[in-house]
Design a protein around this ligand. Structure first.
Ligand code: NAP
Ligand code: MG
Length: 401
């Protein structure tokens, strides 16, 4: 069989530790035998980030703007221990943070559903995708402990020196105070990314906040979403047969629990942080979660939601057997290949992505899986495979499809 040809390269961002091992196995066993893989390779492994003073991370993000689609391996975000372990020149910033800042994107996370690994919530028949606004609010807040009686105010000083102020509280005893912000531009980008992704995946979009209580702050989010929707997306949504609606966050939570799934839930930064962990654990496992960064201009960066699986890597280095789940990383590749195929009008790439996803799911549903899944499955007879043999089992399934 002839290999599938590509016209535009994918931006390939290699990473660290166990996921770097998975990366190579996936390419060798599941991709290059079938595709004339065309990528522009950026090594975001921590050693190379350190050698290039992190320039490689910036370059990979600019390349994503140039070509439109990237696929990223999990990477180490350095902390003090990593600075020592890798003898780093600096505690380099999180690559995901750097890439997100350059692409100005929103992260969409969705579980990969498999029969035999059922969500805790019985009525969730389809995945629920979370879109988390990744700028501002409590994550960029200023806080103060108020030592005793006194007045706290918010003061805005305009460029011309004029001021506007509002009373936060007249304290008559010690307490605490917090000031947070967001930017209309960031909220607009968030809204556009959500509307684009909803159209892309043909799923209804929900957005929720607490505008009844937060009449200026949360209400601005609600208004910006509605204005952009009415101006630029309403007709497209009608044509696609999907909906956008706004509701209160407490109503959204109640509805999510009773829903069948199959929609996108856009969340403010804090809600998204909390709710994405709830959804991923209720659906099964972080190793079965896909993650894609979508920019308002329509650039895409696909990755797995989990980290570099450091504990497994240290076992691997000692020559011990590992059973690391490659599914989310495989789906990062299939997502990117499918999108590349759409953009370049190469339907074979999309068809291959569908087939590889099916082979992966069929392999698990056939009872062959990694240890993390064996621990949570309801299947009676299960064969636990090590990392490499699981990927080889997927290849066998793929060749027989
Ligand atoms: P992690 O890599 O997500 O792993 C935490 C634990 O979750 C693992 O020890 C393992 O549990 C389980 N797990 C996660 N993915 C798995 C998989 N594919 N297959 C099987 N089990 C899996 O998180 P971490 O250990 O806290 O972080 C390690 C490094 O990853 C850190 O340096 C962090 O900075 C980085 N990180 C990167 C990203 C990213 O690039 N997107 C995201 C998060 C973290 P058991 O050990 O119990 O088997
Ligand atoms: Mg969290």
């Amino acid at each position: 069989m002839d290999k599938i040809k590509m016209t535009t390269p994918l931006v390939e961002m290699d990473g660290d530790e166990m996921t770097r091992i998975l990366w190579k196995l996936i390419k060798d066993e599941l991709l290059t035998p079938y595709i004339d893989l065309k990528t522009e390779y950026y090594d975001l492994g921590l050693e190379h980030r350190n050698e290039t003073d992190d320039k490689v991370t910036f370059d990979s993000a600019y390349a994503t703007k140039k070509y439109g689609v990237a696929v990223k391996c999990a990477t180490i975000t350095p902390n003090a221990a990593r600075v020592e372990e890798y003898n780093l020149k600096e505690m380099w910033k999180s690559p995901n943070g750097t890439i997100r800042a350059i692409l100005d994107g929103t992260v969409f996370r969705a579980p990969i559903k498999v029969k035999g690994i059922e969500p805790c919530v019985k009525n969730w028949e389809q995945p629920i995708t979370i879109a988390r606004h990744a700028y501002g609010d409590v994550y960029k807040a200023s806080e103060m402990k108020v030592p005793g009686p006194g007045k706290v105010e918010l003061v805005y000083t305009a460029e011309d020196g004029s001021t506007e102020s509002v009373l936060v509280h007249e304290f008559d005893a010690p307490g605490i105070v917090q000031g947070m912000h967001n930017l209309n531009g960031s909220i607009e980008s968030f809204a556009r990314s959500c509307f684009n992704y909803a159209l892309d995946t043909k799923q209804t979009l929900w957005f929720a906040s607490k505008d009844t209580i937060s009449k200026k702050y949360d209400h601005t989010f609600k208004d910006i979403f509605q204005e952009i929707f009415d101006a630029d997306y309403k007709e497209k949504f009608d044509a696609a047969g999907i909906e956008y609606f706004y509701t209160l966050i407490d109503d959204a939570v109640a509805r999510v629990m009773k829903s069948k799934g199959g929609f996108i839930w856009a969340c403010k930064n804090y809600d998204g942080d909390v709710m994405s962990d709830m959804l991923s654990s209720a659906f099964g496992s972080l190793a079965m979660m896909t993650s894609v960064l979508v920019s308002p201009e329509g650039y895409y960066e696909y990755e797995a939601a989990h980290g570099t699986v450091q504990r497994h890597y240290y076992k691997y280095l000692k020559g011990e057997e590992t059973s690391t789940n490659p599914v989310a990383t495989i789906f990062a590749w299939t997502g990117a290949l499918r999108k590349r195929g759409e953009m370049d009008n190469i339907p074979e790439l999309g068809a291959f992505a569908d087939k590889l996803e099916k082979a992966t799911i069929d392999t698990i549903e056939g009872g062959q899986m990694t240890k993390d899944l064996a621990l949570i499955t309801e299947m009676k007879t299960v064969k636990v495979l090590n990392t490499e043999n699981f990927i080889k089992a997927i290849r066998t399934t793929l060749d027989n499809l």
